[in-house]
Design a protein around this ligand. Structure first.
Ligand code: ATP
Length: 206
């Protein structure tokens, strides 16, 4: 099983990294690919350049076996549509179960993603939720994909929706950028080598 974890990562932080590590272990993933977008179709442009966001991500996961950076969305440029990313991964990995991981905030908007129903033609979706959170109301399409049986993610290669509780740290890239712009400390919210990079390139200053 190969995991996919997309995001802007502007910058990557412990909210991303802790959940990535947990799902890698919980699902026994062969690898988890962190895929920075070039341009999110639903967000304003990033502040750091795509190349800088990729470099920060590489620094953050350098020592973590099983977490890998995949730069295909940066290579493709333009708007980063996840359905295109999954289609290209599926073409390279025809025999693997693919699992797209996303936070519940991202999942709340899933039906506004470009060709969202086709995501399930290529991968399963696992929504990373907070402990004790309720399953949100689902459309008929999503209800038909829903399973409570994790083992189905192994027996099928795509098409299932599953909710997984993870440790969610209340950290966001937005808050980190705001702290940095105010000249406040961002220590303990993201890895030190990423902070050094932010300082060196004077990122997120007002
Ligand atoms: P921003 O604040 O700039 O909107 P972000 O911190 O939410 O960014 P993204 O790169 O947009 O980070 O998020 C990528 C993925 O990581 C999404 O699926 C999102 O739900 C998830 N994610 C972001 N922050 C956390 C967190 N603290 N805990 C768990 N998952 C997170």
């Amino acid at each position: 099983m190969i995991g996919i974890y997309g995001g802007t990562f502007d910058p990557v932080h412990y909210g991303h990294l802790r959940t990535a590590l947990e799902v890698k272990e919980l699902f026994g993933l062969t690898e988890l690919r962190l895929i920075p977008c070039y341009q999110s179709p639903l967000k304003n442009s990033s502040q750091a350049t795509p190349a800088q966001r990729l470099e920060m991500l590489q620094l953050a996961i350098a020592k973590e076996a099983g977490l890998v950076c995949d730069s295909r969305e940066l290579d493709r440029a333009g708007r980063s549509y996840m359905v295109e990313t999954l289609a290209s991964l599926r073409a390279e990995l025809p025999d693997f179960a693919l699992v797209l991981f996303m936070g519940s905030d991202a999942f709340a908007q899933i039906e506004s993603w470009y060709q969202w129903q086709r995501l399930f033609d290529y991968a399963h979706i696992v929504v990373m939720t907070r402990p004790n959170s309720k399953t949100p109301p689902l459309s008929e399409f999503l209800k038909n994909c829903l399973t409570n049986n994790k083992s189905e993610l192994k027996t099928e290669n795509n098409g299932k929706l599953f909710f997984q509780t993870v440790t969610q740290l209340d950290i966001s890239a937005t808050a980190i950028r705001a702290l940095q712009a105010k000249g406040h400390s961002i220590r303990f919210l993201l890895p030190d080598n990423v902070i050094d990079y932010i300082e060196r390139y004077k990122l997120y200053q007002s």
